[in-house]
Design a protein around this ligand. Sequence first.
Ligand code: BEZ
Length: 228
Amino acid sequence: MALHLGDIAPDFHAETTMGPINFHQWLGNSWGVLFSHPADFTPVCTSEFMTFASMQDEFKALNCELVGLSVDGLFSHIAWLRTIKEKIEYKNMKDVEVKFPLIEDITMEVAKKYGMIQPGESSTKAVRAVFVIDPKGVIRTIIYYPLSLGRNFDELYRVVIALQTADAFSVATPADWRPGDDVIVPPAGSCGTAKDRMAGKEDMKCHDWFFCTKKIDKEKVLSTILKK
Ligand code: BEZ
């Protein structure tokens, strides 16, 4: 059965480049990004790993763990990550050490559990799937990319910050939101005290009765989120 937003991320045991993990126990009280790639020693995946690894401290600061997966074996993973560190220079990135675990999934057990094998793309490789999981183990965002399309890791970072901001301030975030931009109050679906809002009685700007925004300073967003 397909996984949906709001589901508890399925638990699993796996071997990784950083030792065995029990997924739920490993996540603990952290946010997590579980992402799959089609194959080691391929160019798009290499560019993705270098990019994600170069941002790992930024995700750590958000209390967000990263964990990769492909259906390759452990020795392939280790050799590929060593090649990346020792040999590959790409877009001002070099000597890049991947400090997050990479799951070996030769049996495709985890990939199938998470719907990462999508035969329209490939029945032997995982698509580029991304699962953002909150500290309660709930799947909050799912994104799938095809084999040919490298992910935008700034967007994944934005997704984690936006989810954390929505939780911390009970707001929603509009299109292309970044910390410091206005947020939407209340979250879509509730009309609240529409009259007061339209009359400008609250600390917000209403574009119409159903569309109100307010400012939260970037510093306030970051200090709240980075503290957690
Ligand atoms: C790549 O990462 O370059 C790639 C992997 C599998 C299929 C196509 C491209």
